[in-house]
Design a protein around this ligand. Sequence first.
Ligand code: HEC
Length: 106
Amino acid sequence: MKRIIAAAVMASAFVAAPAMADLDLAKKSGCLACHSVDAKVVGPAWKDVAAKYKGKADAKATLVNSIAKGSKGSWTAVTGGVPMPPYSPRVADADIGKLADFILGL
Ligand code: HEC
């Protein structure tokens, strides 16, 4: 737990101001329990997610779908096969779009 908090604090210290609001949204939405920007926690590092999907035409749609409905099997090599839980409707669609944009912009 200490390591997760340290990773989240470090991640927030290194992102530029406009991204802070999005990181705050991620925190409020509960994402940072399993993710950090630069390091694998339970889920993959969001920088690795950005690197994997960047430049793909359907990148945003893919991430929106994974956040809304959950995801399983895309990151088994990193996570050992742990699934990501669905976040819709706990997180509003507009916020899911913002989170997908934020992650792809890393
Ligand atoms: C309970 C832990 C947990 C929480 C909380 C969590 N995730 Fe994840 N996330 C995961 C795991 C595990 C994976 C890898 C799933 C897979 O292998 O397909 C993942 C994968 C992802 C991916 C990549 C999906 C893909 O299609 O490749 C994104 C984007 C993501 N999470 C964003 C978020 C956001 C945004 C939130 C908060 C709304 C969040 N996660 C909350 C565990 C979590």
